[in-house]
Design a protein around this ligand. Structure first.
Ligand SMILES: C[S@@+](CC[C@H](N)C(=O)[O-])C[C@H]1O[C@@H](n2cnc3c(N)ncnc32)[C@H](O)[C@@H]1O
Ligand code: SF4
Ligand code: SF4
Length: 366
């Protein structure tokens, strides 16, 4: 294949934080093995070797978790060494790294800058809102340490964006969140908080309802558009995708493709799964030490996973804004297979249709 992207879990579900809404902790608790521990060197090597055997033009390595920094800096130095060793065709390589930012120090920042890693840092807004849910192991807030570490990344010139989970409660504070985050970075990503698929009572009460989603979406768009009109462009991943679709471009975000793609999530024992939201025993497609990514992509499990996402409710077939919504991400669909924020998104489009069109033409020329 021309391009291959993998999402590696170097420390499995292990983490140095206890975020109250964490979906990966909820998933891990449902598996026969909740944590596979730190990824052994042989598994890392098998993964990297295979990626370079199969990718013809470019490849991407994502590192995520749990918390990837728990694997230690040596692990990532080794990863870079292996990438250099196995990149015989001299193809383009991108490394991205999603972290809670708690353990970043000079050594990490220097490494990220030197190896041109793109970082995602999780930050849920100003300290009072961030500290509601993003807690350390002793249940205290983590905002202060993370802001200090973001300064460190800036000092070393590391490229980063901010990932922000929006809960029912924080959706009512979106103006405050947007102003805080857009002063720290111009690259933002907002993620509506997902409820756990399991019935773990600790992690089920954080998602937005349809009314709060509508308000959040409308306000965020208004804030973003007001800045754009003033000549200040803030990249918000979902809005960028929306703007692109309005001017006829394909979305890069998998939730907007109308069907699932395979993310090739590699757990630390080498087990491979189709998507970060579905790292369950049921969806294990194979192991990097035994099969190629190509074989796993054509497996019965992979086909079943993708086929599920094609099922389209009747209402979507006739929907005038299907092209902008595509029934959302499979993980955000209700028991009838429909996007759970359908009515909110429709209402948003109705109330802001002209602004959306105007914004798209301005966005194109920014
Ligand atoms: C599972 S974490 C793993 C990487 C790292 N530990 C971190 O927190 O950035 C990846 C992203 O998922 C987000 N996340 C966690 N639980 C979530 C949930 N229930 N719904 C939506 N996003 C969630 C986190 O805030 C983080 O931005
Ligand atoms: S830091 Fe990341 S992996 Fe750890 S609990 Fe929070 S969201 Fe989950
Ligand atoms: S807005 Fe509703 S009906 Fe229209 S495509 Fe999205 S989920 Fe389907």
């Amino acid at each position: 294949m021309k391009y291959l992207s993998v999402l590696i879990k170097p420390a499995s579900s292990l983490c140095n934080m206890r975020c109250r809404y964490c979906f990966y902790r909820a998933i891990a608790e449902e598996r026969t093995t909740s944590s596979y521990g730190i990824m052994p060197g042989e598994v890392l090597e098998a993964t990297i070797r295979q990626v370079f055997e199969e990718a013809e033009e470019s490849c991407a390595f994502g590192f995520q978790g749990g918390e990837p920094t728990l694997a230690g800096l040596d692990f990532f130095q080794k990863a870079i060494e292996l990438q250099k060793r196995y990149n015989k065709k001299n193809i383009t390589v991108v490394n991205y790294f999603q972290t809670n930012g708690l353990e970043i120090n000079d050594h990490w920042a220097h490494f990220f800058a030197e190896n041109k890693f793109l970082l995602g840092i999780s930050l849920d807004g100003p300290s009072d809102l961030h500290n509601l849910n993003r807690l350390s192991f002793d249940r205290t807030g983590t905002y202060g340490r993370i802001i200090k570490n973001i300064e460190m990344l800036k000092k070393y010139g590391v490229e980063f964006n901010l990932l922000t989970v929006v809960t029912g409660y924080t959706s009512r504070k979106i103006t405050k969140i947007y102003h805080c985050l857009s002063q720290i970075s111009s690259y933002l990503q907002f993620i509506p908080c997902l409820d756990s698929l399991s019935k773990n009572p600790d992690i089920t009460e954080f998602s937005m309802n349809t009314e709060s989603f509508f308000r959040y979406y409308l306000q965020l768009f208004d804030l973003w558009y007001a800045d754009l009109k003033k000549g200040k462009y803030v990249s918000i991943r979902h809005i960028d995708n929306l703007m692109g679709m309005l001017v006829g471009r394909s979305p890069e975000c998998c939730a907007l493709q109308g069907k699932c793609s395979l993310q090739m999530v590699v757990e630390s024992d080498g087990g491979v799964y189709p998507c970060d939201f579905y790292v369950y025993d049921k969806w294990r497609m194979g192991n990097v030490s035994e099969c190629s990514f190509q074989e796993m992509a054509s497996s019965k499990i992979a086909k079943e996973f993708i086929a599920d996402s094609y099922l389209l409710p009747k209402e979507c077939e006739r929907c005038p804004i299907y092209g902008l919504c595509r029934n959302g991400c499979k993980r955000e669909r209700d028991i009838n297979g429909k996007y759970m924020y359908c009515s909110s998104f429709k209402q948003f489009c109705m109330e802001r249709w002209q602004e959306l069109l105007d914004a798209a033409s301005l966005w194109c020329n920014h």
